[in-house]
Design a protein around this ligand. Structure first.
Ligand code: CP
Length: 320
């Protein structure tokens, strides 16, 4: 495996989850895998979980890590080819990525969408150019349209916590005041649709009208604008806000009545509640849920280490 940027890089979710469970049970048992190898983590946007869980995963494999907050500490990057760089940008991605590839054996990059131009964001220009020019294996730390390390940790959490062979998983849009990317819900949907194909879950998406995700990510999911209908009998409710895909990057409603509360949870089969974090309390999710027994958000964040460790181990095994 040369890259890890989406579920399309995974041959079998069932096998990958089993691999992650085995790694979690013996996290320090693979310390020689990354001996003298360096993981570079490049952030064009903020992060808590992705940064620290991926570093911890690398340490567990005996790797060195280097982190750069490129947006604050690096030179302003130029993404376009054949331009005269007489403006704000100082360094072209061609050189920046290639130089990082000289220092690191594996690179991770976080590059959020601008949410201004759908075609530009959905072409994954930054991620693709980074992959093209760095010359080493690349892991997405959340790109314009996907967050695969998060989705892998989410699936691992669902498999660990499930009390039925094929639990009902509901992705429920949440209220927010800011325009957020579609990367987490796109990615979660893509992974759950694939998990459904493998017989691991039943998958439903619910959101207000005009918040449909791109069809490429939701093929196979049941989609409804009726949240109460979706919640009936749910075993897991995955809560996430996203801005409109059709009216690209816009907040069309704050949607306060979409917040999951204990009252709404009564419709479910005592569902566990998930969120990738960070979460705005009292807006996206009720305090009573986050502080209550049904919240899985901390376990999810904990599993980010083992998802990342599984991916890194596979890349180390197949490339070095
Ligand atoms: N869930 C997640 O990716 O968290 P960070 O943005 O803090 O890395």
């Amino acid at each position: 495996m040369k890259q890890f940027t989406s579920v399309h890089d995974v041959d079998s979710l069932t096998r990958w989850v089993n691999d992650a469970i085995a790694i979690k049970q013996n996290a320090q048992g693979f310390e020689d895998y990354g001996d003298h190898k360096t993981l570079g983590l490049v952030f064009l946007n903020p992060s808590l979980r992705t940064r620290m869980s991926t570093q911890k995963a690398a340490y567990n494999l005996g790797m060195n890590t280097m982190v750069i907050n490129m947006d604050k500490e690096g030179w302003a990057l130029e993404m376009n080819d054949n331009v005269i760089m007489n403006g704000r940008s100082v360094e072209h991605i061609k050189e920046a990525a290639a130089v990082l590839g000289e220092y690191c054996d594996i690179l991770g990059i976080r590059c959020f969408p601008g949410l201004q131009n759908k075609e530009e964001d959905y072409s994954e220009e930054v991620l693709e150019k980074f992959i093209k020019h760095c010359g080493v294996p690349v892991i997405s730390l959340e790109s314009a349209t996907r967050h695969p390390l998060q989705s892998f940790a989410d699936l691992l959490t669902i498999r660990e916590q499930a009390t039925k062979p094929k639990p009902k998983v509901v992705l429920s849009w949440a209220p927010h005041i800011k325009a957020l990317p579609q990367a987490v819900p796109n990615s979660f949907s893509e992974w759950m649709c694939r998990a459904q194909e493998e017989g691991l879950v039943e998958f439903v998406i619910t959101h207000p009208e005009d918040y449909d995700l791109a069809e490429d990510f939701t093929k196979g999911a049941t989609i409804t604008y009726n949240q109460n209908e979706a919640l009936k009998g749910a075993d897991f409710v995955y809560v996430k806000n996203w801005s409109s895909y059709t009216d690209y990057g816009k907040v069309l409603t704050i949607g306060e009545d979409w917040m999951i509360t204990n009252n709404k949870l009564k419709l479910t089969d005592n569902a566990k509640v998930m969120h990738c974090l960070p979460v705005r309390r009292g807006l996206e999710l009720a305090d009573e849920i986050l502080d209550g027994p049904n919240s899985l958000v901390i376990k999810q964040a904990g599993n980010r280490v083992f998802a990342a460790q599984t991916v890194l181990k596979k890349i180390l095994e197949t490339n070095f």
